[in-house]
Every structure is written in structure tokens, then in C-alpha cells.
Design a protein around this ligand. Sequence first.
Ligand code: C5P
Length: 239
Amino acid sequence: VLATELLYEGKAKKVYATEQADVVRVVYKDDATAFNGQKKGQIVGKGSINNQMSNLLFSYLESNGVATHFIEELSERETLVRKVEIVPIEVIVRNIAAGSFTKRLGVAEGTDLTEPLVEFCYKNDELGDPLITDDHAIVLHLATREELAALRRQALEIDRLLQAKFAECDLILVDFKLEFGRLADGTIVLADEISPDTCRLWDVHTRKKLDKDRFRQDLGDVEDAYQEVFARIRKGQSQ
Ligand code: C5P
């Protein structure tokens, strides 16, 4: 009997059971949403690009000592990953001011931050993923104090590694969002994806936006931007 039970369908991915209880199959979709699902569309080829790019980056992080859920790429759109329970905290790291940071704090887009900033948001669609402090996370039982410290440390290490990788591709890593998950024994590993959906990436020379902001802000050339980023990462990988 084929174990193809759909366990979960998110905005950009579907997750299926496999024959192994601790392994799931992720299938990436071309569907795009923004502003907490208020804007909907399709980015043709996105599923395939996000899957393959995320797998390249997760392998790179693994080889640099970061524990992730990644097991094996099955096809352009499908990957086997370790089954986790997602920690309901979106961990955002910012190197340059953009997005909600500029709106909330009145800092001009493009302003360099003097050190990387880590933000925690409560992963809750109904509430619009509100920004929270460590104390909120504790009171809401989202994670322990020790886990929060580990998330922050991991996020900063991942930022350091990703900034170096993207710099090789003439890309500036402006900011990005990470999600972590707990394995059955409670160990926390990096989960979800790292892609132009979850990172802001600017061309180092022109500062052209090469990420989902092109979809959010109706800037055009959305598919081209995703393809451009993937081509640069893939080229960097083979050198
Ligand atoms: O919107 P904001 O400026 O807070 O986003 C910060 C970073 O986190 C951006 O790179 C954005 O793409 C990513 N993000 C995400 N999923 C969310 C919220 C933000 O991938 N739900």
C-alpha cells in the first residue's frame, strides 16, 4: 500500500506521509501569497526553484554543522525530509532595513544595520504573525528559555553562512525568515525552506530586488528574478 496520505497543505507546499513514520515528503507548489494570504497568485516555476534552491542551501548548511530536516531530493519539486513538529515561531534575521522593520520603526529601506537583528514572530495566521519578545514566547509555551537562546544562536550562525554563500553569487542577503522543528526526541533542527519566498535578495551592483518583493509590490519580472537567483546559486555550487 502506497503511503500517500496528505498530512498538511500550506500556502506553498504539501506534506505527505511515507512508509517511514519519521520521514515525510514535501511537494512544492507554484502558488504565491502575500500580506497574510490577502494577495494570491502563481509564480510559474517557483515550486521547482524553491525546492532545489532550498535543498542546495540546506546541504551547504549541513556541511557547515547546522542540523536540518533535509534528507534527499526526489525530483524537481519533491523532497524527503525528517518529520518534525514546527516550533510556532518565525525567526527573522535582518542585515539591512526593509519590509515590516522599515514600516514599524521608520527606518529608510536600504539602511545598513550595525549588527544582525533577530526577531521572533508568533506563527499564527489569524493574528498575522505578530512580533513577540522572549517573554511572550515563554508565557505562550512556544519554546523554553534555552530553546530561544539556541534559536537565536543558530539563526545568527545561519546568517553568517548564508551571507557568505550569497556574496559569492553577487547577492546581498537583506533579511530572511527561518522555521525550526522538533524531532521526536525534542532535538531542534532547521526546517521549512530557504528561497526567494523567504529571503530578501538584492543584486550587489544594481540593488535590484530579486525575491518575492517583486510579487508583493507588483514590480514585474517575478519569474525572471527567481530564475536569476537559482541560476547564480547553482553556478556557484558547481564551481
Ligand atoms: O515582512 P518582513 O519584513 O517582516 O519580512 C522579513 C523577512 O521574512 C522577509 O525576507 C520575508 O520574505 C520573510 N518572511 C517570510 N514569511 C513570513 C514573513 C516574513 O518568509 N510569514
